[in-house]
Design a protein around this ligand. Structure first.
Ligand code: ZN
Length: 245
């Protein structure tokens, strides 16, 4: 089975449609989304509806839960909080319900775990080896002895392997997953990458060959940036998109 794993779409319709066409061209069998469908950019309804139409399995992100009203955005920075408020104002009731009903984690076809932030905390970031090790330990406690977990939230693609009780960051863009080890894999962000590369980022996971690859894709950033300004969202959100942070 070939899975395409996407995350952090953040209402960026141009990045999402370009990525879905590329994923269709590659002929992935299934698409999994790791949350933060909304926030920051100007097309929350269109993005949610695309995912719903295509029956893409999603988990809830920290922006999704704030926009759905499950938590308040008091702990968000100003830019993020303003986009949450804006999104709440334009979201249809059906789409709000869709976000509110998303699970915090999903075990996909018995093959891998899909989460947004950390294994048991949507808001937690996995940045370095220490964060990864803590989450490897949580994976071990799960009933299904999860070996592979995809997470998002940082907007930076990454891969960690657990070996000899330690977490190691892997630098390759193509990985062969070895039997007997645990992996934490982040596909990066579709709608707001933060590694100074503005292209959309996603991952492919071929479960038969145990291969994971990270992909980048150009899309019409100028158009998204113009829509951000037209929508009355903060201009800094358009600037950061062009710079990839
Ligand atoms: Zn995010």
């Amino acid at each position: 089975m070939l899975y395409a794993v996407i995350s952090d779409i953040h209402s960026n319709l141009e990045a999402l449609t370009a990525s879905l066409s590329e994923i269709d061209r590659i002929k992935a069998d299934r698409i999994v989304c790791l949350g933060d469908i909304v926030g920051y950019n100007p097309n929350p309804n269109e993005c949610i509806e695309l995912l719903r139409e295509r029956n893409i399995q999603c988990v809830m992100g920290n922006h999704d839960s704030r926009v759905a009203g499950l938590e308040d955005a008091a702990d968000f920075n100003l830019l993020a909080a303003r986009s949450i408020e804006w999104t709440r104002g334009v979201l249809t009731p059906e789409n709000r319900e869709f976000l509110a009903a998303l699970p915090r984690s999903r075990f996909i076809d018995g093959r891998f775990l899909a989460i947004h932030g950390g294994v048991n905390d949507t808001d937690q970031y996995i940045f370095g080896a220490r964060d990864a090790l803590r989450n490897f330990n949580l994976m071990r406690e799960l009933k299904k002895q999860t070996r592979v977990c995809f997470y998002g939230h940082t907007h930076v693609h990454a891969a960690f392997v657990e070996k000899d009780g330690e977490a190691h960051l892997l630098e390759e863009n193509e990985l062969k997953l070895e039997k007997g080890f645990r992996y934490l894999l982040n596909p990066g962000a579709i709608g707001q990458p933060r590694d100074r590369d503005p292209r959309a980022s996603f991952a492919l996971y071929d479960t038969d060959a145990s291969l994971v690859s990270f992909r980048r894709l150009d899309y019409d950033i100028q158009r998204t940036a113009a829509s951000i300004v037209e929508a009355g969202l903060p201009e800094r959100l358009a600037e950061r998109l062009k710079l990839g942070w």
